[in-house]
Structures are given as structure tokens and as C-alpha cells.
Design a protein around this ligand. Sequence first.
Ligand code: BEZ
Length: 174
Amino acid sequence: MWVFGYGSLIWRPDFPFVEREHGTIRGWKRRFWQASTDHRGVPGAPGRVATLVRDLTSETFGVAYRIDEPEIHGVLADLDYREKNGYERFEVDVVRDERVVAPNALVYVATPDNEHFLGPADVGEMAAQIAGAVGPSGANRDYLLELHDALRGYGVDDPHISELSELVRQLSST
Ligand code: BEZ
């Protein structure tokens, strides 16, 4: 079984896996539209973390991990717990060089009907929120910049992430 990560799972998978493949999924775009009150923010001062939004014209880069049979139960339980704040599971095919490298991968998406879904906002407002938020897992800023670095490590430019990262860096240096 494969699990596809598009957020922190790209650079910090926290479960055992037997194989890893990077690639893109079609029909989804990555956006910092989900509030985090338990990892990268707190109630009253939520951070923003990545989710996927349906968009038939987009594709999103990420990393898929193949999990061995004996581990599946524990890994899914951990992911379900970790993402209890409104995430739903979908299945995607992960493609690289026009070849499916991870078929029917499970992906966790915070959908627009969940109570922590913030949706779009002015990019400057989103950057300011991210620059200021801190939660039990650390600074919201670090989550964004680590995602940006990880994507660049794969040679991927995600314009939404690059724009937010640039603005957050500017805010932090003033
Ligand atoms: C991720 O890091 O890609 C991720 C992990 C759990 C739920 C949603 C996304």
C-alpha cells in the first residue's frame, strides 16, 4: 500500500516504509488553506498548513511511501490520529515521466467542509498569519520554509509555496 505526502511527509516521514517514489498527482493543487490549532498554531492563533484542493488543470508534486503489510494498521492509525482535524482519505495515482510509480496511493486531504478549512485569503495576510503562528510542533514559518526547501531539493517550483515563502522571509527579516 502506498501513502502520498504533499506536506511534511515530503521531508519528514514518521513511519517505516519499504520504498519511496516522488512524482505528481493530477487534478489537485496544494494550498495553505487549512488552519492548524494543534501543530503549527494554537486555538485563537491558528497557523496555516497545506491541504489539497480539487483543480482539474493542476498537478501537485509529492512523495509516495510504500508500507509493508505488517505496518499498515499502525501507520494508518497514526495518520488518522495526527490528521484528525478534518482530513479525508482519497486515492491517487502518482506519476513520474508519464509512468505510474505509485498506484492507488492514499492521500489525506482537508476538504472545504471541515471546520478548520480557511480557504483563500490575500497572500500578504496568509504570510503574516504564518509568520506569527507557533504551535506544539514548532513555528508555522519553519513548516512552510522546510516544505519550500524540500520541493527545491527535488527541483520543483510550486508558485504558491514560493510566493508565500518569499513574503514570510521578508516579514522575518524586518
Ligand atoms: C503530508 O505531510 O503530506 C500530510 C500528512 C498527513 C495528512 C495530510 C498531509
